[in-house]
Design a protein around this ligand. Sequence first.
Ligand SMILES: Cc1cc2nc3c(=O)[nH]c(=O)nc-3n(C[C@H](O)[C@H](O)[C@H](O)COP(=O)(O)OP(=O)(O)OC[C@H]3O[C@@H](n4cnc5c(N)ncnc54)[C@H](O)[C@@H]3O)c2cc1C
Length: 368
Amino acid sequence: MTKNRFDVVIIGAGIIGCSIAYELAKKNVKVILIDKASNVGTESSWAGAGILTSHATTNEPYPELCRASLDLYPHVTEELKAETNIDIEFIRSGTISVFFDEKEATGLIGLAERRVNRGFSAEILSPEKVWELEPSVSYDIEGAVLFPEDGHVRNPKMVKALAIGASNHGSEFLLGNPVSSFIQENGQVTGVNVNGESIYADSFVIAAGCWSGKIASDLDFQISISPAKGQIVLIESVPPLITRTIDGLGIYIVPRTDGRILLGATVEMVGYDKTPTVDGVKQMIDAAIAIVPELAACKFDQTWVGLRPYYKNGPCLGYIPGYDNVVLASGHYKNGILLAPITGKLISELLTSEKTSLPLTPFEPKEI
Ligand SMILES: Cc1cc2nc3c(=O)[nH]c(=O)nc-3n(C[C@H](O)[C@H](O)[C@H](O)COP(=O)(O)OP(=O)(O)OC[C@H]3O[C@@H](n4cnc5c(N)ncnc54)[C@H](O)[C@@H]3O)c2cc1C
């Protein structure tokens, strides 16, 4: 094998690219991950809150994908710990979704019922039960639903562990270098151009988050994967005011094991702008204090912004029409951390010509 020739080129070293690389590398596939940033996982995969929510949506087949990925987490956590000595801090502590009025109650209880009908767990809680579990929650709530299967992970640690795991199995990294275009010979993609250098491979994966559509357009494939801006606020809470993720009023409050609490997140369709705004931060702080009033006294730490890859029918997982060696693995929107393990598994199965453990047809990339 020559220096610039690989089995698979992966464009984008976020959590999706790293998870695919890790799964492929374990099968002795020679992979190179290329990223425009000078480190792995610096974009959405770093910014995300790390909530692993089994109740993401009720429209099949998406929940099946979510559940399959969540089910992989205990194994992935152990495997990464053993191979890289990094604890990705996976905790299955459940989410409490609180409601303040009848309208919110109807929506959440309806969601809980649909989830139970599909084989998930959900428990409707009286306000008293909520205060027993989480004494700092406001006395203004009317009740809540507990989704006990939900979990949480420290996503920056997970991306790092996946990258180190992939590297330990022989994957290479070309960082600080954007892929500018594909090289095509006789209608077949054979390589990519990166800063004047050509890198060749048998197969290619576009896992470039909200930049994936731009990269795919070089193959005359037009797909709208847009940036959905999300602002997060980090505060300090010692001793911890809450022990599990609580959501309500359009936001979530996530306790971390280091005594900090994440408040997130806005959803803004404003292009590639990553500016934190006073209004965005205010929205999250106001809602968080309405849910857990004592948060008002916590020390403010910092705020940041990430760009989720939004695709209307996301995620899209599969070959780009007309190209039998270019896969698109993107558009995971609000659930890319949750869906990283199953995406790595399915795309590695696809590229090694194994039968995929779940059908990919519903997620095939389509032009929109
Ligand atoms: C505020 C916020 C909160 C979130 N909370 C959660 C959550 O609680 N749970 C959850 O499951 N998900 C959450 N998400 C969503 C999740 O973070 C994303 O879905 C996921 O990180 C997408 O991963 P990715 O690897 O596809 O994209 P990214 O992490 O954005 O990675 C794409 C990579 O491609 C690289 N790239 C782009 N263009 C090029 C190029 N031309 N050449 C080379 N490299 C290139 C970029 O530099 C980047 O490193 C959240 C996101 C945000 C912003």
